[in-house]
Design a binder for this molecule. Structure first.
Ligand SMILES: Nc1ncnc2c1ncn2[C@@H]1O[C@H](COP(=O)(O)OP(=O)(O)O)[C@@H](O)[C@H]1O
Ligand SMILES: [Mg+2]
Length: 212
């Protein structure tokens, strides 16, 4: 079966890219062979995995440099069922554009405020531009740090409706477990009962994007 290649990207920093990439990778890793490629030169995902050590909670994490984006994603896709890419927080370098040419799906975490959403408008435009070279690229915004599933403001709904990239129905709530997981170098799956609610957020997202 062909691998599913997923990039987590937003040119804005601090929106939850690494949090989503690492925890999504951990959830997919429990379904099939998975690798997480860290394309951010800051190496946050790689550092995260290093803190926790190798006990099988997280899939292997490998660095990804701009010059090797195509070959590295291709190679990973040959040997894995799921390939995740945590992207750098800028559009200046070529890395993000190249990654988007080599994946099936891009997830764009955004905080649930219209201002944060509009700060991601260049990201949405880049997705649309990339479809010239990768026509099958699917893309979704993922609302992160939600306070309550029912509390999206009218302004936020309106802003979402004006975007070329739709939002997933499911998002991530703001939860201490996501911070604890990062501090402990684990995923929320590896936190046991402390991570149970966060795992439910992830499982709903995985179901929505894969049907599994
Ligand atoms: N759903 C969430 N609940 C609580 N804290 C979160 C959540 N998502 C992200 N964070 C925290 O927000 C900060 C930025 O997240 P991070 O994943 O590093 O963003 P990015 O990779 O986009 O820069 C981190 O301290 C992270 O622990
Ligand atoms: Mg990051």
């Amino acid at each position: 079966m062909a691998a599913l290649r997923i990039a987590v990207a937003n040119q804005k920093g601090g929106t939850g890219k690494t949090t989503l990439a690492v925890n999504l990778a951990a959830g997919l890793h429990r379904r099939g062979t998975t690798v997480l490629l860290d394309a951010d030169p800051q190496g946050s995902a790689a550092n995260w995995a290093r803190v926790g050590g190798a006990d099988g909670d997280l899939p292997p994490v490998r660095g990804l440099v701009a010059a090797e984006v195509g070959s590295a994603i291709g190679q990973a896709a040959d040997s894995c069922r799921y390939v995740l890419v945590d992207c750098p927080p800028h559009l200046q370098s070529d890395t993000l554009r190249r990654v988007m040419e080599w994946v099936d799906l891009v997830l764009i975490p955004v905080q649930p405020s219209p201002l944060d959403l509009w700060a991601s408008v260049d990201m949405a435009a880049t997705v649309v531009g990339t479809r010239v070279r990768n026509p099958r690229l699917r893309a979704f915004m993922v609302l992160n740090q939600l306070d309550s599933r029912n509390a999206l403001s009218g302004a936020m709904h309106q802003a979402l409706a004006e975007f070329d990239v739709p939002a997933l129905t499911n998002g991530l709530m703001r939860r201490a477990a996501f911070r604890s997981a990062a501090l402990e170098g684990r995923s929320v799956y590896g936190l046991g009962s402390r991570g149970a609610s966060a795992v439910r957020d992830l499982e709903a997202i995985i179901k929505e994007i894969t049907g599994l």
